[in-house]
Design a protein around this ligand. Sequence first.
Ligand SMILES: Cc1ncc(COP(=O)(O)O)c(C=O)c1O
Length: 278
Amino acid sequence: MSELLDDGVLESLLGYLPHQGAAAHREIFLGWLSDLGLKTDVQNLFITHGGQHAISIALNMVSAPGEAVLTEQFTYSGMVALSSQNGYRLHGVPGDAHGLLPEALDRAFGETGARALFATPTLQTPTATVMSSERRELIANVIKKHGAFLIEDDVYAFLFESPPIPISMLIPERSFYVSSFAKCLAPGLRIGSLVAPEPFRDRVINAIRATGWMASPIMSEVVSRLIHSGDLSRQVHAKRGAAARRNAIADRVLGNWLSPLSAAPASIAGCLFRPDGP
Ligand SMILES: Cc1ncc(COP(=O)(O)O)c(C=O)c1O
């Protein structure tokens, strides 16, 4: 923040900037997403008020109040809040240690008429499962088969040095990819991003305008500078180390009750439970 003042850029950030975010910020965010394995055109990337805002916009594009929305059987609490606000009918799809079960997803699309799946393939909340690459292919095929859309929440991918390839890369034309700086930096910044299929571009810009005009340019500038200076990468390394140390402690103390957390040593949010355990 003091750097912004010293550099005399504050005034330029105090006005109304484009709804989707300043071009310079979006270019820098694009580089960060590319390190996470998500490659796209900058035109498809939108800066949001955090990941929750991105999820809310994406769901608004592909489902209507009263419709079923598919999720993993246990899902992120913000999704429950969003559904009670917007009247989506959440339908949980069973999974195993490799993530969602493709046959169960196929059945759920058929039975509910849902047009959208909200999923967190990498370090799912709250189970901490990481979907295998074979499973990602199968899930992408099921989504394609039903002409449905994926809202892929990838806020924890940064915890891996080489994150698994997002499903959104397999079916970019059917995927909304959600990322956030809440977990890798700080939630109070309220900065996240959404990558949407190209035909949705104008609607996404209008949705940002309708629900908050634009994410705070000052905070986007702070995030951009932290990416550019390498400070974000240093934070991320520290967080990976802290997660591994904490999970080792949890393994030692709670090992009888939890699946080995060493199965997902990077997880900071999961509670890896054993469905058959005590
Ligand atoms: C799985 C998951 N997705 C999305 C979010 C939302 O992140 P943000 O704080 O950027 O809105 C959270 C925050 O708790 C989360 O745990």
